[in-house]
Each structure stands twice: as structure tokens, then as C-alpha cells.
Design a protein around this ligand. Structure first.
Ligand SMILES: CC(C)(COP(=O)(O)OP(=O)(O)OC[C@H]1O[C@@H](n2cnc3c(N)ncnc32)[C@H](O)[C@@H]1OP(=O)(O)O)[C@@H](O)C(=O)NCCC(=O)NCCS
Length: 149
């Protein structure tokens, strides 16, 4: 089941973001109770149809997480695109198709919302992740430029 994350999911979601092999893991604060910054961030997205934190729920357990944002363009004749970020599957549950399920859900949702493109960036060193996305049809057609602030 892919569904919007709730505040009850946050402890597990934060642990996923803090998984050592995840790019920005060092930015996370793992604590109990969960740091209020996470609660504020999730609350700020409540009811926003264009920005959602989604979890893969396997028998009530948070098995994976990703964020899907719909961006309205004025260009492209007022079209929309979808952006995927913060994709993580629990280390013990990788290789079972959960990541693929999450990404296919995101692609279907983007289509349903009328987006003409769905996109993401992945670190150049993540060769296995590249293979994962390429199998889903993503093409590494652009250089992702970043400026850390
Ligand atoms: C990438 C990731 C989301 C895939 O989820 P998953 O549930 O394992 O994926 P699936 O079971 O649907 O597909 C398996 C494929 O995912 C990729 N994969 C598996 N383990 C991986 C890992 N530790 N790191 C990166 N990619 C991995 C491989 O391409 C694998 O195929 P292979 O077994 O033929 O090599 C998951 O492995 C993960 O959370 N990795 C760490 C964080 C990450 O790399 N996030 C994406 C960065 S944008």
C-alpha cells in the first residue's frame, strides 16, 4: 500500500532517511520523540495536493518512503511536471520490488495529474540506483547541477 505519511510514521521515516548509505543521512536527527522540525515540515504539507511524503506500508510497517512534488509550469503551454526525491527502502527489505512499486506508483500518479514529465536526480556514484531507474524507463539525459546553500 502506498499512502501519505502521517505523524505516526515519522519516527520510522526519519530512521529511513538516516540510513547510512543514504546521501544526506548526516542531515537527520534521530530522536524519540521525533524532532519537531519533522512534524512542522509534514504539517506544512498537509492538504497540499502538489506535495506529498509517501510511504510504502507493508502489513502496517513503513518499508519505504519518497516525496512526490507536482510543479506547475507556465512554459510548456502551462504544463505540469513531477519531481521525485528522498527515495529510500528499508535496508532489510531491498531487492523485493518495493522500490519499483513506489516508483511505478509515482509515475502513474504523475500521469493521472496530467504531468508531461517525471524527473529525479541521483548521485553519480550510485550505479545500482542508476540501473534501478533506467529499468523503470528513466533516461540520464541531463547533468544535475547543484549548489549547496
Ligand atoms: C534504490 C532503492 C530505492 C531500490 O529499492 P528496492 O526496493 O531495493 O528496489 P527493487 O527491489 O524494486 O529493485 C532492485 C534494484 O534496486 C537497486 N538496488 C538494490 N539495492 C540497492 C542499494 N543498496 N542501493 C542502490 N540500489 C539498489 C538495484 O538496481 C536492484 O537491482 P539488482 O538487484 O538487479 O541490482 C533502495 O535500494 C534504496 O533505498 N537504496 C539506498 C538509497 C538510494 O540509493 N536511494 C536512491 C537514490 S536517488
Amino acid at each position: 500500500l502506498i499512502r501519505r505519511a502521517t505523524e505516526r510514521d515519522l519516527p520510522e521515516v526519519v530512521r529511513l532517511f538516516a540510513t547510512p548509505d543514504v546521501g544526506n543521512a548526516k542531515n537527520e536527527i534521530v530522536s524519540d520523540p521525533v524532532h519537531p522540525a519533522y512534524v512542522d515540515a509534514l504539517r506544512s504539507m498537509t492538504g497540499d495536493p502538489n506535495n506529498a511524503l509517501l510511504v510504502a506500508d507493508v502489513d502496517g510497517r513503513v518499508a519505504g518512503v519518497f516525496q512526490l512534488t507536482i510543479i506547475q509550469h507556465v512554459a510548456n503551454t502551462g504544463a505540469k511536471i513531477a519531481q521525485i526525491e528522498n527515495v529510500v527502502v528499508h535496508p532489510e527489505l531491498r531487492g523485493r520490488g518495493i522500490g519499483e512499486k513506489m516508483m511505478r506508483w509515482a509515475i502513474d500518479e504523475a500521469r493521472r495529474r496530467g504531468c508531461f514529465r517525471i524527473q529525479l536526480t541521483t548521485n553519480k556514484i550510485r550505479k545500482r540506483a542508476h540501473a534501478f531507474y533506467e529499468r523503470l524507463g528513466f533516461v540520464a539525459s541531463h547533468e544535475g547541477m547543484k549548489l549547496l546553500l
